[in-house]
Design a protein around this ligand. Structure first.
Ligand code: LLP
Length: 419
């Protein structure tokens, strides 16, 4: 569910005509709906309300400071994967005690920074990382709170690039080795064991893989408890899918119901790390049709947004619904929606059946709130789009469109080239 809809023939973001936003801020433009993200956050909070839990929004999905602040105000914690994300979420006012930190390649500087800030726990992905965190915590005379990220070897039946809980993936510690790693961790002077973590993938549209993974993890938790290793937090990761096209993903309520069945009589605090299911459908990307062009065997709509702005179609062959900002009676056509970048892979949709829009009209690329701006780049020296947050009748610029100067920020010309 989201609050982008037509009123009459015009697309609205909540109570704001999208055309007004285009006039004010230009295109390409990311627009987010505050009410939508609030609704999605509350759906999770509600679904788990009778179970001790922390929702740690996955900052990688969309790390704009205003979005993070909005979620923090609603009570969210954060899942981070770099010092940069940790910095952002702390700046947004999210308390360190609600922050978990995953990632296979944490550097010494990142680990030190997180220990000093007092995060809830590190989700550790290898034995070497465990040793390193123990050493670094020792040199700071601190004990580092940790969970081990367990790879339960579950197939989440999603795109191979975004499945993470399979044996062949680089993530986590094989579940067979986990007990031994926990024993080692228990002997380490500067480590405090807090919990167990797992995350099996993203855009998962069924409850089953989550249930299977949790069952496996609970077997491990029981063995740990039997050895006197206290598990206070069970971090179930993120991954709940959203509707891009025809998918029918479970509501957080359904997801919670299935998990809670397995968690009866358990006393730990559950951590959830949703990203996409909070912000995905709360954002759209607006773009202008620069040209329409007849190719030999197809039509092209050449728009001013490109793969550098929204990489998902190119990278995963992902589907994003594309609709005109202004509805009119028009014939239907089949078109490739492509950007200005010099790559054949630069498309937002291919062979898409859609209304035949004309040069100068505007399109909305739907469900672009998650992994849209956060995966954008400056490829082809394209300044990144502006971002706007809508709340009811009001709209706010939450990131300026980049300028030409921004493109060259930090560059320097060596002395020998100056002469
Ligand atoms: N927790 C961990 C440890 C993760 O690695 C991720 C996502 C999440 C939580 C949040 O997952 P979500 O609830 O958003 O599914 N760029 C890809 C998705 C990559 C997901 C990476 N990890 C895409 O655009 O589909």
């Amino acid at each position: 569910m989201h609050y982008f809809r037509y009123i009459g023939n015009e697309l609205y973001a909540e109570e704001v005509p999208v055309n007004d936003l285009i006039r004010t801020y230009g295109t390409p433009l990311y627009v987010y709906s505050y009410r939508t993200l609030e609704r999605h956050y509350r759906a999770y909070a509600d679904a788990f309300k009778d179970f001790p839990h922390i929702i740690c929004y996955a900052a990688k999905a969309n790390s704009n400071g205003a979005i993070l602040r909005a979620l923090g105000r609603l009570g969210s914690g954060a899942d981070v994967v770099s010092a940069g994300e940790l910095y952002r979420v702390l700046k947004a006012g999210i308390p360190a005690r609600k922050i978990v930190y995953a990632g296979v390649g944490k550097t010494d500087e990142e680990i030190t920074y997180a220990i000093k800030k007092g995060i809830l726990m590190f989700n550790i992905e290898s034995d070497q990382e465990l040793f390193r965190i123990n050493e670094l915590a020792g040199s700071l005379s601190r004990r580092a709170p940790i969970a081990l990220r367990i790879n339960p070897d579950i197939d989440p039946e999603t795109h191979p690039y975004i499945s993470t809980g399979l044996k062949k993936n680089k993530f986590g510690i094989p579940i067979e080795d986990a007990l031994q790693y926990y024993r080692e961790a228990k002997r380490m002077k500067n480590i405090r064991i807090m919990g167990v973590h797992k995350h099996i993938g993203s855009q998962i549209t069924q409850v089953r893989p989550f249930v299977d993974a949790l069952e496996r993890v609970l077997v491990l938790v029981d063995s740990l408890m039997a050895e006197g290793i206290d598990i206070r937090y069970l971090d179930l990761g993120g991954g709940l899918g959203i509707r891009y096209n025809e998918e029918d993903p479970p509501h957080p309520r359904e997801f919670a119901r299935a998990l809670k069945k397995l968690l009866r009589k358990r006393t730990f605090t559950i951590i959830l790390e949703p990203g996409r299911s909070i912000i995905g459908n709360a954002g759209i990307l607006l773009t202008k049709v620069l040209y329409t062009k007849k190719g030999v065997d197809r039509e092209f709509l050449i728009v001013d947004a490109a793969m550098n702005d929204l990489m998902r179609p190119t990278l995963y062959d992902a589907y994003h619904h594309i609709i005109p900002v202004q509805k009119r009676r028009r014939r239907k056509t089949v078109a490739d929606v492509v950007g200005p970048i010099c790559e054949s892979g630069d498309f937002l949709a291919r062979q898409r059946e859609m209304p035949a829009v004309r040069q100068g009209e505007y399109l909305a690329v739907m469900s672009a709130g998650a992994y849209g701006f956060s995966m954008s780049s400056n490829y082809n020296s394209r300044p990144r789009p502006a971002e706007v947050l809508v709340n009811g009748k009001d709209h706010y610029l939450i990131r300026k469109r980049e300028t030409m100067r921004d493109l060259m920020r930090g560059e320097a010309i060596p002395e020998f080239l100056r002469k």
